[in-house]
Design a protein around this ligand. Structure first.
Ligand SMILES: O=C(O)CCC(=O)C(=O)O
Length: 290
């Protein structure tokens, strides 16, 4: 290992996660957030979920988006499956995305000037449809000219707020699949709510037999490449499975997104939201049901 930052990372508490990331397309960092911090973050996530349930159906205000499935909870109420960009109005969640620990672990991978293109929470209600079909995140980074050098410049992070294991519908990764670049996976338009079909992997020469379960305790963080093939199944555990996802990019390689860190230091939101993936942000940024 030659890069000094990578050497420093290897000497740190997470071992040589940089080499693991490059080799496998992912790395798991244990205990990045402490239990008391996770309790506070989980409470903030629940506040956002309550907002989504009160709305009752999918709703957008600029980049902030609640994806709500009517009647999908066990009690017949609306299931909040995902909220994008809760950080615009939820300070505790905003503090997590700008936490310097993220800057520190990302620096050896993508540098110290970072924008953010993903800020979202996924909830999996026990037994309800919240699966994610096999996919590569790279597929969603459009338009191509705005998202450059995907393999080298982007890292997705997932912070577990609950036990994240096969029973609760954890992520499954296909190690090394990031090295294959963009794959012609037969993926539905919406991966959320669609099951993993292993034949999709066979179709590109991969195999579900090689996939690994991403087992995380609350406070652990997974990092993964935009080309890593991954998906996740149904939550059959008696508890919800909440995952807080923040996706970062080397600033010079992306025209979209909110600034997150400049020279490793947090950058607060500006007065106007930045264009991320909601293309009608400027024309229809006002609150509306979807
Ligand atoms: O929350 C999950 O289980 C899946 C997340 C995922 O696949 C993604 O964000 O790309």
């Amino acid at each position: 290992m030659s890069h000094p930052a990578a050497a420093a990372a290897a000497a740190g508490p997470f071992g040589d996660y940089v080499a693991a990331y490059r080799r496998n397309g992912f790395a798991l960092l244990r205990g990045l957030f402490a239990p008391d911090e996770i309790a506070a973050i989980a409470a903030a996530a629940d506040q956002v979920r309550d907002e989504g349930r009160a709305l009752g159906r999918s709703f957008r205000h600029g980049n902030l988006f609640y994806r709500v499935a009517a009647g999908a909870e066990a009690d017949g109420g609306p299931a909040v499956q995902m909220v994008q960009w809760p950080s615009y109005h939820q300070p505790a969640l905003n503090a997590v995305r700008l936490d310097r620990r993220f800057a520190a672990i990302l620096a050896p991978l993508i540098g110290r000037d970072l924008k953010q293109i993903i800020n979202q929470i996924h909830w999996k209600t026990p037994g309800a449809a919240g699966d994610f079909a096999w996919h590569q995140d790279a597929r969603f980074r459009k338009p191509d000219h705005a998202y450059r050098n995907l393999g080298a410049a982007y890292v997705q992070t997932g912070l577990a707020l609950d036990p994240h294991d096969p029973e609760s519908g954890c992520l499954r990764f296909v190690p090394g699949s990031h090295l294959w670049g963009s794959l012609p996976l037969d993926v539905p338009d919406e991966v959320l709510g669609a099951r993993m079909r292993d034949a999709v992997l066979d179709g590109v020469g991969l195999s579900a037999a090689d996939a690994v379960d991403v087992v995380l305790e609350p406070g652990d963080v997974a990092l993964w490449s935009p080309f890593l093939v991954h998906g996740s199944g149904t939550n059959w555990a008696p508890h919800r499975r909440r995952l807080y996802i923040n996706g970062y990019v080397r600033a010079e390689d992306c025209d979209r997104g909110e600034w997150a860190f400049r020279d490793g230091r947090p950058v607060p939101f500006g007065p106007e939201p930045a264009l991320v993936h909601y293309e009608a942000l400027r024309e229809r940024g006002e609150p509306h049901f979807v």
